[in-house]
Design a protein around this ligand. Structure first.
Ligand SMILES: Nc1nc2c(ncn2[C@@H]2O[C@H](COP(=O)(O)OP(=O)(O)OP(=O)(O)O)[C@@H](O)[C@H]2O)c(=O)[nH]1
Ligand SMILES: [Mg+2]
Length: 234
């Protein structure tokens, strides 16, 4: 039977966790496991996740000592998923921006691809409840990365993805240069360079209803120069 791991990094997502897990597990997808990677959230997300293991037998929790950024949380989670024999590995946010109802569509699409990107900027995709500034930043960031790195994909900054195991085995996870959000662009770029088949499916991204955003201008500047550096290393 296929084994699926949904890796979900969390930092202060207590208000979203129960609803998220209940929505994922109620889909009753064959072989599905959820791995929460918590960076010692002050709001107790990690403890709540551990408690919920009594409810969901296919839930596991990786507790890390301190907040080290999204990229490093994913790398640690991917290693566990690979060691546990996962065939397909998902990236997904904990704040319900990534709707679990899309999971079956990713699994269908990955039959003919190695990496599926959930894309806001394809026909049928979109963003709900984002202000104009956030929309412009996201749009510009995507056009910039697409142009500088010469990639054909429409959404490079999104974090709802499904990898075939082989992709994460082939990419050197310890050599990623991005520890923060730029990780999203970098991992897709490396998969593309390695020749993997990457496809996009449209998703509607729903702005978080609870908890706090960790998005800030530092992230934009980090991405701006890290994308340039990736290009120069080519
Ligand atoms: N473990 C861990 N998780 C993180 C870290 N930074 C962000 N996250 C999680 O990564 C996911 C995406 O972060 P968000 O804060 O939602 O960032 P965003 O989606 O760009 O911004 P908003 O939707 O506006 O909040 C969420 O599940 C966060 O809890 C981190 O340093 N460590
Ligand atoms: Mg979010």
């Amino acid at each position: 039977m296929q084994k699926i791991f949904i890796v979900i990094p969390t930092y202060n997502e207590k208000a979203n966790l129960e609803k998220l897990l209940s929505q994922i597990f109620s889909l009753a997808i064959d072989g599905v496991n959820v791995l929460i990677v918590d960076d010692n959230s002050p709001d107790g997300t990690g403890e709540l996740a551990k408690k919920l293991r009594r409810v969901y037998s296919n839930l596991s929790v990786l507790s890390r000592a301190e907040k080290q950024g999204l990229g490093l949380a994913y790398v640690a989670g991917f290693k566990i998923a690979l060691a546990s024999g996962a065939d397909y590995i998902f990236e997904m946010d904990a704040d319900l921006s990534h709707q679990p109802s899309y999971l079956p569509e990713f699994l269908k699409a990955i039959n003919n691809a190695d990496l599926i990107l959930g894309s806001r900027y394809l026909k049928g995709g979109g963003v709900s409840n984002w202000g104009i500034l956030r929309r412009l930043i996201s749009r510009f960031g995507n056009i910039y990365a697409r142009f500088v790195l010469d990639l054909p994909y429409h959404d490079l900054t999104g974090g709802f993805k499904c990898f075939r195991r082989l992709v994460l085995e082939k990419i050197n996870l310890d050599q990623l240069s991005s520890v923060g959000y730029n990780f999203q662009i970098e991992i897709t770029y490396l998969a593309h360079q390695a020749g993997f088949r990457i496809k996009e499916i449209p998703i509607i991204f729903v702005e978080r209803a609870s908890g706090q955003s960790k998005f800030n201008f530092k992230i934009i500047f980090e991405s701006f120069w890290k994308v340039l550096i990736l290009r120069l290393k080519k």
